[in-house]
Write a protein that binds this ligand. Sequence first.
Ligand code: SF4
Ligand code: SF4
Length: 434
Amino acid sequence: MERIHVGIIAPALGVPDETIRRFTESVHQSAPECSYRVRIAKGLGDPEGLPNISRARNIGIRSLLDSCEVIVCADVDLLVPPGLVDQSYKVAMTHSCLWARAKHARDAAEPYPWEAWKASPIREVARGTWNAMRWQEWVRSGGWDERCRGWGGEDDALTRDISEAGIPTYREDGFPLMHVRHAHRTRRHVGENTRIGQPTEWNWLVPNAAMTLFVTSRCNMQCNECSVAGLRGRDPAYSMPMEEVALFVALTRRAGYRFRVIVLSGGEPTLWPHLLPACRFIRESGITGRIKILSNGSCAGAITPDLVEVVDDIVLSVHNTHHQAEEIARKFPGTVRAVDRTTHYTQPSGPMDGVLPAKCFCGFGYFLYASTVGLCPMQLTVMPITGAWPHIMPLRGRYLDELMNLDRYRQPACTACVSNERVRDRGETVKAHD
Ligand code: SF4
Ligand code: SF4
């Protein structure tokens, strides 16, 4: 997936349309040389109805994480000067955070007198006016602290978290933004927000990530197109010990990571002796929004009401050798569903040149196998074909931090992965039962 150079996200909670139009137009008029995209985040209050600007910004950042190289968080009541978008890209690509200050625009009539404005004094404003970082630095920073409510003070929390993450900052004075006066929409909460306390270890930007646990190599089937045949052959006796699950949960909680979904896969996970206790343990830990199991659907007895109660999704493959999957799905509607295995593709026989960056929709999944964590679960599958052992981190400390800085779409594994549409387009892969 080719990334756009710069994605700009601006929260606009209860802001007049004219203010939004002025901001967006000023970005276009500033004529960036780099490719860019502007997104406006509207709505989003907290349960008491206060606007939560931090949450709106985080959701906006997350929506740009997989498509933009550099992400800028901006206030929407600004005019963007010529040159700032390109400068932001340039500085952010040095792994730094660029933040820019603003001046007051007394008269915002177009065309804007940028040269005259440049000569007027800087208005000291909060550091949240314009922050530009690569997507990796945003993830490292943890994003905006959503404990801040209303507005005001959330920029202090971000500054603190950027510093904690060891990200250098660069103050940009050469391209001042112009602040257009407007009525305050809600009272400020600077005092409350600056008293929110110590930095949380919580990463507000990672919740979208999926983590796949390869829990066992065992399987009661022998599919020709087995996508994990290489790994299972290499480590046929592998079974994830419960201690590893406990360590994974403890480290995840301590680091503040939280996953959108944790997937249990194999092999055949229903043959894993710890399936039910592990699911309960993970559920109670609160480290994931959902738990999902991928099964071949042949072990009807293992899909029990107890298991269905503790997980959110059980996906069963429908094989032509057995027809249990549909029956089980009918028994537990809502949680269990059967998928047609013939829609699966087999892996190609070898790596292919010229297919990077990968065009795939794998999202932000990671994998855990044998006390190591890696960038994408498909890399385990592809590893025997490419011969390249994937980037892995030992399961310790903040195990995801380094992985977040890698470009998942440029990995050797992607050159032989059917999830990469550029590989599939070569016509050397076939559907599972073609
Ligand atoms: S059921 Fe899944 S793990 Fe088992 S052989 Fe088939 S593809 Fe491989
Ligand atoms: S290994 Fe496959 S699924 Fe993973 S990022 Fe590369 S192309 Fe996408």
